[in-house]
Structures are given as structure tokens and as C-alpha cells.
Design a binder for this molecule. Structure first.
Ligand code: ARG
Length: 381
């Protein structure tokens, strides 16, 4: 007899089988696949889902990174450290483990790529959600004159959290750290202030331009993406924050450079004394380079891992070559892989890529993407 539940589990069964085939093909020491598939199918019969073994979880998370078409830093996919927190479901515990994640991943500056996997979705209980795009994000405040103090990307997120009771510092600044929002079906959205010891930041200075430090710019050391869904073999983990280390252009070219972010290029150009009356002087390009030098320099002198876009582009081509030699397809999105600075000076610019998505995967689902920017609507209401 075919019930709605049965047709739902058809997709789960085939995703599970496909994943287990991949896992056993790449992990010959894992034992016979037939017994494992049979056990998983029985478990799906009984519960409507199944529980990954610890080894399957580690492999699945690493391969989700390997498959992320937007990431240039995948050469080290195999080094991802996986924290198995699947038994953690309460909002306060999720938040506390996220704060531990930040400290452990920072590792005194020698950043470790790491993922914390919280409870999966099950037919009887939806998984927790983290609203923030990353564990550390800066508030953006609309000023009376219409300008934004802080990160304009989080203007709406910030005002929503204020409506939910968050009290910004008495003197709001350009780099105020937003609280973490964790939502569970029982508790609704809960706000948690980040403890100081979990937040590491680098104050930005320039190797030659002494005035640069006076701009008061800074950025956080560890980018932990926290609103992506990890999908492994048909099992879905919406709360699975993960991090690598920064490539300098993410901060210097995009976060601080983009016109709808901190938009620092005109001020840097002004202070450099460049002729900004005419685009053809390339004042934007010249200021952007110095902004990026400041980021790479400051992280380095503070002993925090960071990489430049030339080095990372070459590493990515090594990664592609290795994947090809292993007989695997490696999806890559040109528009994300090519760095936002001096693209044509990097080898990743001069070629096309396979775009076919692969599983396991990380992805931003529609609602999760919305919550990260708008601070709602809640997943369960
Ligand atoms: N681009 C994002 C940011 O500037 C971070 C994305 C992940 N980056 C990374 N290097 N793992 O915060």
C-alpha cells in the first residue's frame, strides 16, 4: 500500500543508497556495503529517517565542502574537523557550542577548518535553526540622516533584533557584534550575546600608510557560516555552522569595499591624495589595492591565518587536478571562484568549470537566506 509517508521515503531511500555507495567506494575499510544498506532501509521503515555512523557523518561533511561550487579553498577539504553534536537540540546549548566552536576554530590564530553538526530534521521533530548568516556579524544602524552606521547588509536584521528586545551598546559603533539567534520548535527564537572570549578580531593597519589605522577598521578572524543546510544522503542538518580561514579579498575587496557594505574606497582614495575627479585615474583600483594590502598585512602581523587570492587560485587548480585524477567531478561556479581583485592575474580566470551540482552539499535554502538578512520570519510560528 502506498501512503504519503511511503512516497516521501522513496526520495530518502535513494539518496541514502547513493550516499552509502559513495562512502563505501571512497572508504574501502568501512566493511560490506550490503549489510549497511539493509540496516539503513530497515531503520527508515521503522522511523522514517536514519542515523549516520560517526564515520559517515565526518565523510559526508567533508564531501559537502569538496562539492561547494563557490569555494576556492577546497584543497584542504579532507582536513575539516567535525564536531558531532547531533544530540544537541536546546537553543541555549546550541548557542554555547557555537561559542566553543569559535574559540576552538580560532586556535590562537592558527585557524582550523571546522564544522559543528547539530540535531538533524526528523519526521517527529524539526531541527534547530541558527538565524545569523555567520556566528559573528556586525550590526548596521540606520542614522537620522539616512546613512548606515556599521554593516549595511545587516540593517534589517539589526532592527528586527532590536524589536525582539536586543539592546545595542549605549554608544553604537561600526563594529558592534550582533547576538546569535537560535530558534527551536519548542522555544521559538532566542537571543544570545557572544562572550568576549569567543570573539577574535584584527584591527587594520597598513604596512606604509600610517594614517590607515586611524580609520578604525577591524574585522573578525574566523568566518563561520551558520545558516546553510548540510545535506547528507537525504538527511538534512539545518544547523551545522562551518568555517575555513579568510582569503583577504573577502574582507578588503567585498566587505569593506562594496558600495552596499562599508564602502571605504572613496575615503581611502581621498586620504591617499588621489585624483578622484576622473574615473580614468583608476583611483578606485589603487585605493582598493591598498585596502587589501592592509587586510593581509594586519592579519599576518597579528598571527591570524589568512591567504591571498594569487596563492589560493593556484591551490584551487591543484585541487581540480587532484579531483580529476581521482576520477571525480568537481563543480565550480566561475562567478564565485574568480577573485574580485585582479581576476585576470589569477589562473582561475582563464578557463571554464563543470557546474553540475553534487551531493552531499551545503546550501542556503530560501527561508534560511531570508532569516539571515531580514531577521525573520521564524521557521516555526
Ligand atoms: N565572504 C564571507 C565573509 O566575508 C565568508 C565566506 C566564507 N569564507 C571563507 N574563507 N571560508 O565573511
Amino acid at each position: 500500500m502506498s501512503s504519503p509517508e511511503n512516497s516521501d521515503t522513496a526520495a530518502l531511500r535513494s539518496a541514502a543508497e547513493e550516499f552509502l555507495e559513495l562512502f563505501h567506494a571512497e572508504n574501502p575499510q568501512a566493511g560490506p556495503i550490503e549489510a549497511r544498506i539493509a540496516a539503513v532501509m530497515r531503520e527508515i521503515d521503522l522511523t522514517g529517517t536514519y542515523w549516520h555512523t560517526a564515520d559517515e557523518l565526518v565523510f559526508g561533511a567533508r564531501v559537502a565542502w569538496r562539492n561547494n561550487a563557490r569555494c576556492i579553498g577546497r584543497l584542504y577539504w579532507h582536513s575539516l574537523q567535525v564536531r558531532d553534536l547531533r544530540s544537541v537540540t536546546a537553543a541555549g546549548e546550541v548557542a554555547a557550542h557555537c561559542f566553543d566552536h569559535l574559540r576552538i576554530a580560532h586556535n590562537g590564530g592558527k585557524i582550523r577548518p571546522m564544522i559543528s553538526v547539530f540535531a538533524p530534521e526528523t519526521p517527529t521533530r524539526p531541527a534547530p535553526r541558527i538565524w545569523n548568516e555567520q556566528l559573528i556579524r556586525y550590526a548596521g544602524y540606520a542614522q537620522p540622516d539616512g546613512r548606515i552606521l556599521g554593516d549595511p547588509r545587516y540593517r534589517m536584521f539589526t532592527s528586527q533584533l532590536i524589536q525582539r528586545g536586543w539592546r545595542p551598546p549605549a554608544f553604537p559603533g561600526a563594529f558592534d557584534i550582533l547576538p546569535l539567534v537560535v530558534e527551536t520548535v519548542d522555544e521559538g527564537p532566542q537571543l544570545f550575546e557572544l562572550p568576549r572570549r569567543s570573539v577574535h578580531e584584527v584591527a587594520l593597519e597598513h604596512p606604509e600608510l600610517a594614517w590607515f589605522a586611524d580609520l578604525g577598521l577591524r574585522w573578525h578572524a574566523v568566518p563561520v557560516i551558520s545558516n546553510n543546510r548540510l545535506d547528507i544522503g537525504g538527511v538534512s542538518y539545518p544547523a551545522a555552522p562551518f568555517n575555513g580561514w579568510y582569503m583577504g579579498t573577502e574582507i578588503g575587496a567585498r566587505n569593506l569595499g562594496d558600495e552596499d557594505r562599508y564602502a571605504m574606497v572613496p575615503e581611502v582614495a581621498e586620504r591617499m591624495g588621489l585624483d578622484t575627479s576622473n574615473e580614468a585615474t583608476l583611483w578606485r583600483d589603487r585605493a582598493l589595492v591598498e585596502l587589501n594590502r592592509a587586510v593581509l598585512h594586519s592579519f599576518r602581523v597579528n598571527g591570524v591565518s589568512i591567504t591571498d587570492h594569487h596563492t589560493e587560485s593556484r591551490r584551487f587548480l591543484v585541487h581540480l587536478e587532484r579531483e580529476e585524477r581521482a576520477g571525480r567531478r568537481c563543480p565550480a561556479d566561475w562567478t564565485w571562484i574568480v577573485p574580485p581583485l585582479s581576476g585576470s592575474q589569477t589562473p582561475v580566470f582563464h578557463r571554464y568549470y563543470d557546474a553540475e551540482p553534487q551531493q552531499p552539499s551545503f546550501r542556503t535554502d530560501h527561508d534560511g537566506g531570508l532569516r539571515g538578512l531580514h531577521g525573520g520570519p521564524p521557521a516555526f510560528s
